[in-house]
Ligand binder design. Structure first.
Ligand code: NAP
Length: 292
């Protein structure tokens, strides 16, 4: 078994981005600028946004955090998105999900201009990605592709099973793994909560991508010997042995699956760190107008 080390890769990628930003700076060009909008303080959104902002700082990029209370109206939020769309100094915009129930996340995503949509959630970016046109690709799937590429994992002709069909992970992941490119050219099965005999399907996976948000759901008996196992899940579970009182768990029961897997991502230290790198790579592309 070989560990797919997101910590190591993300350090390498951050170093590469820092070098690019230094070049941009020394050429007198505009420093890439990522803007994040955060609504409320609930859940883990605050921690996620903080680590995105910190990573930008580490690589020398500019970042701005715009905060709203939970009581913000949809109209106020959309007006702020429009303001960022119009601001030529701001290259990339992310609105941290989830949003309060009175705000339509779809409406917000559709209001972000596709050229600033570095999270790759706008329907135009999803459509362009599906057609194989230049697009911002959703950050987590892009991070997984980068990981497969850097570990030179063979994908052509393999059976890739994706568990979970969310708009931000499972669905784009399934599209990317079937495209005629590397990584890609897999035969893909996309599964979800209505899938029957899930274990029978996952056992046939050469590449198994778990993105369902159910801690330790994927057990050893669901995995084929030698499979590449990518664990996207990231959930807090109570753990009295930890000072914080909780542990972060993935969707895969790591201790029993790891000995059986060919390659596997740990949680934490796997996919999550790659996601932040994708976001910064997309912001550099946005500043350089490489996609639009
Ligand atoms: P989501 O929107 O809640 O989607 C979960 C998907 O899993 C749904 O399609 C659901 O099916 C499916 N599912 C649920 N229970 C299932 C079961 N028993 N068998 C098969 N499929 C099942 O989740 P998400 O936003 O994609 O996130 C998934 C996990 O990844 C979460 O733990 C999240 O925290 C994590 N995540 C991590 C990163 C990162 O950077 N590391 C980024 C994004 C998300 P239905 O469609 O039928 O309901």
């Amino acid at each position: 078994m070989q560990l797919l080390d997101g910590k190591l890769l993300s350090q390498q990628i951050k170093q590469e981005i820092a070098t690019q930003v230094t070049e941009i700076r020394s050429n007198g060009q505009k420093i890439p600028h990522l803007v994040a909008i955060l609504v409320g303080t609930a859940g883990r959104s605050e921690t996620y946004v903080a680590s995105k902002m910190k990573s930008c700082e580490e690589v020398g990029m500019k970042s701005t955090l715009i905060r709203f209370d939970d009581s913000v109206t949809e109209a106020e939020l959309l007006a702020k998105v429009e303001e960022v769309n119009q601001n030529p100094d701001m290259d990339g915009l992310i609105v941290q999900l989830p949003l309060p129930a009175h705000i339509s996340a779809d409406k917000v995503m559709e209001t972000i201009h596709p050229s600033k949509d570095v999270d790759g959630f706008h329907p135009i970016n999803i459509g362009r990605m599906a057609k194989g046109l230049p697009a911002y690709v959703s950050a987590t799937p892009q991070g997984i592709l980068e990981m497969l590429k850097r570990y030179e994992i063979e994908t052509a002709g393999k059976h890739c099973v994706v568990v979970g069909r969310s708009q931000i992970v499972g669905l784009p992941m399934s599209i990317l793994m079937q495209r005629n490119d590397y990584p890609g050219n897999c035969t893909v099965t996309l599964t979800h909560s209505r899938t029957k005999n899930l274990a029978e399907i996952t056992r046939t996976a050469d590449i198994l991508i778990a993105a369902l948000g159910k801690p330790e759901f994927i057990t050893a008996e669901m995995v084929k010997e030698g499979a590449v196992v990518i664990d996207v899940g990231l959930e807090k579970v109570p753990d009295a042995s930890k000072k914080s009182g909780f542990a972060l768990k993935g969707d895969v029961k790591f201790d029993e699956v790891a000995p059986k897997a060919g390659f596997i991502t740990p949680v934490p230290g796997g996919v999550g760190l790659m996601t932040i790198c994708s976001l910064m790579q997309n912001t550099v592309k946005a500043a350089r107008r490489e996609v639009y």
